[in-house]
Design a binder for this molecule. Structure first.
Ligand SMILES: [Zn+2]
Length: 382
């Protein structure tokens, strides 16, 4: 579990982001000669920026059917003017007026603003379209494209005085489980050729207080020049012992509330100034979607959704980042499983599959260097 209450006003050095403009200096994908350019992304689809914008509830929205046609999807009403299904050869997306929750190929994804109904049409917010839905459905439209990740930072949540969540009857401490999973995942990723850095390798807090600890983790990640970060956590909801399942978080998109802030008695926590990591929103959404699908597919846990939070660890990162709440230590059945090395290995394998799926996807959609007869790999110094 990750406390989201702390806030830190980091200086935002961002210029207002254009449509899906992510990084002015995209990383270069290492060449992988064995991989064919099998998928260069969809042909002949336009960018959503060319659509007319409608102002609703003080925000910019697009008509959903216009968007889907532009993205190359066929849309069908499941329930007239309220529930719409988008289909192409490989994807099925369901959206419902009045709801933030959408289904992307059977996975629950929570948008930052509800889909709105007006005049017989459904509308999606510009931020959700550009920084969540389009990245999941048409990642090839993102630009400039990031290359295949090479340096991965794993962040085992908590440590030292901060035990994280606990299951006292089973003597489980979140800080020990996160480190165990991170070490297993490191081995799996190194065997696949990634360079892996852990934010901590033993039982310690990375600073005199929690805020310093969080910032140190972000600093380690940025200094490592990470291509992505995965922060590993276990969930808890005592005294509720029934709730179970997996959640995958990204940092909340600028101008939107975190998922927690949509609770009935919670205050709006939207931030108008983008944070450093918001530059990577589309990529974080895509990474989270891959992690979400693979972890739930591996563990067969209940899907609690892809969500967002204002995490201090994620806020200042200069790379795409996700935080995974794998299972609930407050749920007896999940905690008993988490007490076994075999299950921790399964969690690590699910996370490794998610990172692998994201990396493969970036590989497929990255422009391939054109071969030049004068420069062959044999005479290149690299
Ligand atoms: Zn935690």
């Amino acid at each position: 579990m990750f406390p989201a209450g702390l806030r830190l006003a980091l200086v935002a050095t961002l210029v207002p982001a254009g449509l899906l403009a992510v990084d002015s200096a995209p990383r270069v994908a290492p060449t992988r000669p064995g991989l064919a350019a099998a998928n260069q992304g969809p042909a002949a689809v336009g960018k959503p920026s060319s659509l007319p914008v409608t102002r609703l509830m003080g925000l910019e929205y697009f008509v959903l059917r216009d968007v889907t046609a532009l993205l190359g999807f066929k849309s069908t009403w499941v329930e007239s003017t309220r529930r719409l299904t988008l289909l192409d050869a490989t994807n099925r997306i369901e959206l419902t007026g009045g709801s933030r929750e959408i289904s992307v190929n059977g996975l629950r994804v929570f948008l930052g603003n509800p889909i709105l109904q007006k005049g017989g049409a459904l509308f999606i917010s510009k931020t959700d379209l550009e920084r969540c839905l389009t990245p999941l459905l048409r990642p090839a439209l993102l630009g400039p494209l990031l290359g295949r990740p090479r340096i991965i930072v794993l962040d085992p949540g908590h440590g030292g005085q901060d035990n994280g969540m606990e299951n006292k009857p089973l003597k489980l401490k979140e800080k020990a489980l996160t480190l165990d999973v991170a070490q297993r995942l490191k081995k799996l990723l190194e065997a696949r050729g990634y360079q892996v850095v852990l934010t901590r390798t033993d039982d310690r807090q990375l600073g005199p207080d929690k805020q310093t600890d969080f910032l140190t983790r972000a600093d380690i990640t940025n200094r490592a020049k990470a291509d992505l970060l995965v922060s590993i956590h276990f969930n808890s909801l005592y005294p509720d012992t029934k709730t179970s399942g997996t959640e995958v978080y990204t940092f909340t998109r600028a101008g939107q509330r975190s998922d927690r802030a949509w609770g009935a008695i919670e205050k709006d926590d939207a931030e108008t100034t983008p944070s450093e990591v918001n530059r990577f929103d589309p990529w974080s959404a895509l990474l989270a979607h891959c992690m979400h699908r693979e972890v739930i597919g591996t563990l067969k846990t209940f899907d609690r959704g892809q969500k967002t939070m204002h995490s201090i660890v994620l806020r200042g990162l200069k790379c795409p980042a996700v935080l995974v709440e794998s299972v609930f230590l407050s749920n007896d059945s999940e905690a008993r499983r988490a007490a076994t090395p075999a299950y921790l290995q399964q969690i690590a394998e699910g996370l490794a599959s998610g990172i692998g799926a994201y990396a493969d996807l970036l590989d497929r959609i990255s422009p391939k260097p054109t071969a030049h007869p004068a420069v062959s790999p044999s005479n290149s110094k690299s």
